[in-house]
Design a protein around this ligand. Structure first.
Ligand code: 5AD
Ligand code: SF4
Length: 459
């Protein structure tokens, strides 16, 4: 059915091109996680199939799609602020169509915000309707009215959507969608629905095609990637999928994110240790180092279980890069709970941390609990960063003198005298490179390091 709408839009956009000599432009703005980045590549793919040219500036667009995030208040405010800035573009070009999709607009209160405060936004649809984008755009244009797509009650796995990949050597592959965990602070299960997994043969086919067309770094994505297939009753699990993908011949690296400690099995770690292509990298959100807080978060593991996974992982993969997520100032977090988190950081010594100040999300249980004052949250956040800065620096400095394989991303965005890339452990490395290095593996000897990056010489 979507193919029919795509063809209809394509015919209209081709006619416009024939008349004016210029293709209509589509601009996609993305907020949030890698899953959203991957969804945006599908939005761009569908727009291209509908005859739009993908443009890099909103000023050049006839269609703007904003793919939103709801994980924290800050992400929502940023998206709303961008949408606010597009108002003047619509004044200049009344035929401009603006759509908002993604996690933020699944929430009723945000739908209402947009309805009343952003009257120039033309259509909205949530994560369950991503695959229906051609139909919704078509209906919006043909009916001329604002369109609010109701959420579908059945979330499906939509295969075969066109994808316009941003990179020619790094790729995202979504393998499962949604989350069943209902951590008490998190909005994801409400805005992305229940877990559903793609079937292994489809994933193997996609990854094989990527490797054959020269992709070097492939990240398997899911909100809860290591519970892959549990929802579907398939006769295989995440470790089996990794083992199968690892058999694909070629020179490439496989990664995955994000994992939940409750599903981080020994089998999975064994598969990683025996593999040829799976990066020795694990992102394993810990969230807190207090068992009391972990229980209130509904995380279903305790610090002992977490430490057990880490110790097995370090035994089997001694050079593993281990990163984590921490929430500071979860409701009811005491000074003692917070010190538990600092102590766990000292015990585990993560290579890098993504730390977040707790942000109440409407409709989640934690938003109703007793909140920690903002000043206490900020003060704890600063202490956490200072400790991690020290640990991260020390960990990276142990790599000085080592030669590492780095996938080069070209000239650094922050320092145009240097090239940058990512190591097998996904650490950022800076070095003096040359244009032909982009998209290729190079060997870099590390000369110095700080908490965030390695600096070295190409061998
Ligand atoms: N407030 C702060 N951080 C949050 N995260 C999820 N929900 C919230 C929230 N309400 C963090 C968790 C998760 C990461 C993606 O975002 O650490 O692992
Ligand atoms: Fe959110 Fe928890 Fe699901 Fe992760 S596992 S998406 S933190 S509910």
């Amino acid at each position: 059915m979507q193919k029919r709408y795509t063809a209809r839009m394509r015919a209209e956009n081709d006619r416009h091109f024939a008349e004016t000599g210029k293709r209509r432009g589509a601009f996609v703005m993305t907020f949030g996680c890698q899953q959203n980045e991957a969804d945006s590549e599908k939005i761009a793919g569908m727009a291209e199939a509908m005859g739009y040219e993908i443009v890099t500036a909103p000023e050049d667009a006839d269609l703007i799609m904003v793919n939103t995030c709801a994980i924290r208040e800050h992400a929502e405010q940023k998206a709303l602020s961008i949408v606010g800035q597009y108002k003047h573009l619509k004044a200049k070009n009344p035929s401009l169509v603006i759509g908002i999709c993604g996690c933020m607009v699944v929430q009723e209160h945000r739908k209402n915000d947009i309805k009343f405060r952003y009257p120039y936004v033309d259509f909205l649809f949530g994560t369950s309707s991503l695959h229906r984008f051609p139909q919704l755009l078509c209906e919006k244009l043909e009916k001329g009215k604002r369109l609010y797509c109701p959420e579908e009650t059945e979330y499906q796995v939509a295969e075969e959507l066109p994808i316009r990949r941003e990179s020619s050597y790094r790729a995202w592959v979504s393998i499962m969608y949604g989350c069943n965990n209902f951590c008490s602070y998190c909005i994801v299960p409400y805005v992305r629905g229940r877990e559903r997994s793609r079937e292994m043969p489809q994933i193997v086919k996609e990854v094989t095609e990527l490797v054959q067309s020269g992709y070097k770094d492939i990240t398997l994505l899911g909100q809860n990637v290591n519970s892959y297939a549990k929802d579907s009753g398939y006769p295989y699990d995440f470790a089996d999928l990794l083992a199968e993908l690892d058999r694909i011949p070629g020179d490439y690296t496989l990664r995955f994110m994000t994992s939940h400690p409750k599903d981080a099995s020994r089998k999975l770690i064994d598969v990683m240790a025996a593999s040829r292509h799976i990066a020795h990298q694990f992102h394993l959100p810990m969230q807190s180092g207090s068992d009391r807080v972990l229980a209130a978060m509904n995380r279903r593991y305790d610090t002992a279980k977490y430490l057990d996974i880490v110790s097995y992982m370090r035994e089997k993969l001694p050079d593993v890069t281990l990163t984590s997520d921490i929430i500071v100032g979860f409701p009811g977090e005491t000074e003692e709970d917070f010190e538990g988190t600092l102590n766990l950081l000292r015990a585990v010594r993560f290579d890098m941390l993504y730390s977040f100040i707790y942000s109440p999300r409407k409709g989640t249980p934690a938003a109703e609990m007793e909140q920690v004052p903002q000043s206490v949250k900020s003060e704890r956040f600063d202490r956490l960063l200072a400790l991690q800065n020290q640990i991260g620096t020390e960990k990276n400095q142990t790599l000085v003198g080592k030669t590492l394989r780095v996938l080069c991303d070209g000239v650094s965005k922050n320092n145009d005298a240097l090239y940058s890339g990512r190591t097998d452990g996904n650490k950022i490395a800076f070095f003096e490179g040359e244009p032909t290095d982009a998209g290729r593996f190079v060997e870099v000897t590390v000369e110095r390091a700080d908490a965030f990056a390695l600096y070295g010489k190409k061998v």
